[in-house]
Design a protein around this ligand. Structure first.
Ligand SMILES: C[S@@+](CC[C@H](N)C(=O)[O-])C[C@H]1O[C@@H](n2cnc3c(N)ncnc32)[C@H](O)[C@@H]1O
Length: 185
C-alpha cells in the first residue's frame, strides 16, 4: 500500500511540475519524430566536429543521436523542465556519451559563443525570443536547424518537407550577416 501511494504521489508531482514548466517555457517536452530526427541528422555537415547547442533538449531524442552520429563534435543539451532533464540525465548515466553535456538550464541565460551549430524544436514565438541572442552571440553563417517551426524574420537556406504530419518541416538557416535585431524601426 505504501509503495502504491508513494508511486501515485511521485506521478502527480511529476505531472504537476511538467505542466508548470510547459507554462513557463510555452512548449511541452514532446520529442522530435523519428523522421524529423533523421532529417536533422542529415542536415548536419558530414563529419561535423564543432559545438552543437540543442536549445530545449527534452528527453534527449535528438541529443543522444547527435552525440552518436558526430563523435568528434561536442553536444550541449539545455533543458529547463526537471522531469525530462532528469530522464536525460539517467539516460546519460546508463548510455554514457562522452561528447554530450546535459545542463538543466534556461538556454537564454547560457552563453552561445563558440557554438557552431544550433538545433531546436521550439515554437516560432520561442525562436523569435531567442533570435536577438543568436544574432548577438553566434558567428554569421552559423547553422541553425529548426524542427517544424520557422524563425520569424530569417530567410531559410532550405526547407525540408517531410511525410510526417507530426513534424512536417525541417528549416535550415544560417545566422545572417546583417542581423535584424540591430536594425532600428
Ligand atoms: C518540443 S520539446 C523538444 C525536445 C527535443 N529538442 C526534441 O526535439 O526531441 C521543447 C523543449 O524545450 C524546452 N525549453 C523551452 N524553452 C526552454 C528554455 N528557455 N531553456 C531550456 N529549455 C527550454 C521545453 O522544456 C521542452 O522540453
Amino acid at each position: 500500500m505504501f509503495f502504491e501511494y508513494a508511486f501515485l504521489v511521485t506521478v502527480v508531482i511529476g505531472v504537476s511540475v511538467s505542466l508548470f514548466y510547459c507554462a513557463v517555457t510555452g512548449i511541452s517536452p514532446i520529442p522530435s519524430s523519428a523522421i524529423s530526427r533523421d532529417c536533422i541528422l542529415d542536415c548536419m555537415p558530414d563529419g561535423f566536429s564543432g559545438t552543437v547547442a540543442e536549445l530545449g533538449a527534452g528527453w534527449g531524442s535528438l541529443a543522444f543521436p547527435l552525440a552518436a552520429a558526430f563523435p568528434d563534435a561536442q553536444i550541449l543539451a539545455y533543458e529547463l523542465s526537471p522531469v525530462p532533464w532528469l530522464f536525460m540525465h539517467m539516460r546519460q548515466i546508463v548510455f554514457r556519451r562522452k561528447n554530450l553535456t546535459i545542463s538543466r538550464a534556461n538556454f537564454m541565460k547560457r552563453p552561445m559563443g563558440g557554438v557552431t551549430a544550433v538545433v531546436c524544436y521550439l515554437h516560432s514565438e520561442g525562436l523569435e525570443k531567442a533570435r536577438p541572442k543568436m544574432e548577438a552571440e553566434l558567428e554569421a553563417g552559423t547553422l541553425l536547424i529548426s524542427n517544424s517551426f520557422d524563425m520569424p524574420g530569417w530567410e531559410p537556406e532550405t526547407i525540408h518537407r517531410l511525410d510526417d504530419s507530426f513534424c512536417p518541416e525541417v528549416y535550415v538557416y544560417r545566422v545572417p550577416e546583417n542581423p535584424l535585431s540591430g536594425v532600428e524601426g
